[in-house]
Design a protein around this ligand. Structure first.
Ligand SMILES: [Zn+2]
Ligand SMILES: [Zn+2]
Length: 445
């Protein structure tokens, strides 16, 4: 991989122009045009990086080669890079005078699945995952995020006479297993390095490229997994009076638990409980001893989550009590927490991104998937997480009105972002968002 720093720094026009004069509004239109021109000129190198990472994906906590590629790019740009933070993560720091520290995060990991896009740069790589051989693919688009992350770093270094402070670019492992952010924090992300004043991250999604969507407040869901074992007393199906039937308890629970959603939760608040697996019994005439249920619980707000967890537990205990059975075993495992966007950070970036992208920058309802960027927010980094589109507008419109095929979403084996406009939008939007935070801070002084 070639490094891009030299041609970029030789871009005298970029360094000489001043778009952020003290105590004046940012000239967003001019700044955006300059960023776009620079990204356009350097795009072939970002494209090569993207396609190389796409063709050679690595799964959670195995992103060794991917991290090494990013480390080389960042060092070439003048960042001080620390590797192996949280096993395979990277921290890249660039100091540029007094000012806030701003974090920009990308993920490193791909998914254990086969890519079926047929693209020239499609992945054919395999690895061993949980003891089984599997294909690996960047079907969540984290490769787009990495290319945008490097492009943003490069653009901000090129514009370094426009801002003051410290860039903290982090590359996080294992987002898909919702464990990489925790691993980086446990490895001293905010103690070995200064805790950032603000943070930004982006994710791609199946909507038109050039468009950006965002939320004030909640952006993704809390996720909890649920496991309940109902204990009964097995026996002959023809003599139920001598048994305690756990199938009956499980059946009652599956139906009654939905009343937690419909009768206990505020109907205007988001909350879902889905039972995805029931395991118990062997034959039609044997009442089993136990039945195991597995499910997922999704919420946006902590108070709704607490209410639902309490209701689910009560419903399970009641189902057992009705059968005079022992109390069930209930195991709730916390997954990712909801990502909360900071109103102040969003308000600042919003002004600039709205001026830059017009009505292509728009709010969207919170997504029900989960995302572990929330770990950084909950560790005290006021942040903005936003989404960028990946497909042609015409294909999106056709899919929406039913005249064209449905567009593959993230985690589909057919997910295939159009690289150039997607990465260019990612770099431009992220660069402007970071500059807006530096600018706001400089004004506030
Ligand atoms: Zn994903
Ligand atoms: Zn993802």
């Amino acid at each position: 991989m070639k490094h891009f720093v030299r041609p970029f720094l030789m871009s005298a026009a970029l360094c000489a122009a001043t778009f952020l004069p003290a105590h004046a509004e940012m000239d967003v239109a001019r700044l955006k045009a300059t960023i776009e021109k620079s990204v356009e000129a350097d795009y072939p190198k970002l494209d090569a990086l993207y396609k190389d990472i796409h063709a050679h994906p690595e799964i959670a906590f195995e992103e060794v080669k991917t991290a090494a590629k990013l480390a080389a790019e960042m060092r070439a740009l003048g960042f001080e890079v620390t590797e192996k933070v949280g096993k395979t993560g990277l921290v890249a720091i660039y100091k540029n005078g007094d000012g806030p520290t701003i974090m920009v995060r990308t993920e490193l990991d791909a998914l254990p699945m086969e890519e079926k896009t047929g693209l020239a740069y499609a992945s054919h790589d395999k690895t061993v995952w949980n003891g089984r051989e599997t294909f690996v693919a960047h079907s969540c688009g984290h490769d787009i995020h990495m290319a945008s992350w490097v492009g943003t770093a490069k653009t901000l270094v090129g514009l370094k006479d426009q801002w003051q402070g410290t860039l903290m670019f982090i590359a996080q492992p294992a987002e898909e297993t919702v464990s990489g952010a925790k691993a980086m924090l446990a490895d001293g992300l905010f103690t070995r390095f200064k805790k950032p004043d603000f943070g930004f991250a982006l994710h791609d999604g199946p909507f038109p490229y050039g468009y950006i969507s965002y939320r004030v407040g909640i952006g993704s869901s809390n996720s909890d997994s649920l496991e309940i074992t109902f204990h009964g007393r097995g026996g002959h199906g023809a003599a139920p009076q001598r048994t305690i039937d756990p199938v009956m308890m499980a059946a009652r629970f599956v139906v009654d638990v939905q009343s937690v959603i419909s009768r206990e939760k505020d109907p205007t608040e988001f909350g879902v409980v889905s039972i995805g697996a029931i395991q118990g019994g062997t034959a039609e005439n044997i009442i089993p001893d136990d039945v195991l249920l597995r499910g997922t619980i999704r919420t946006f707000k902590p108070e709704v989550r607490a209410k639902m967890l309490a209701g689910i537990e009560r419903t399970a205990k009641a189902a057992a009590a009705m059968s005079d059975a022992p109390a069930p075993e209930i195991k709730i495992t916390e997954g990712a927490k909801a990502v909360m966007n900071d109103p102040q950070v969003v308000a600042t970036a919003e002004k600039v991104l709205k001026a830059a992208f017009g009505d292509k920058f728009r709010t969207s309802p919170p997504g029900t998937p989960s995302e572990d960027y929330s770990e950084f927010v909950n560790a005290g980094v006021p942040s903005m997480f936003f989404n960028i589109g990946v497909y042609e507008l015409e294909r999106f419109v056709a899919a929406s009105n039913g005249t064209g095929p449905e567009l593959p979403s993230n985690h589909s084996p057919l997910f295939a972002p159009v690289p150039k406009p997607t990465i260019e939008t990612g770099v431009t939007a992220m660069t402007l968002a970071v500059l807006s935070a530096f600018d706001q801070h400089a004004r506030g002084k």
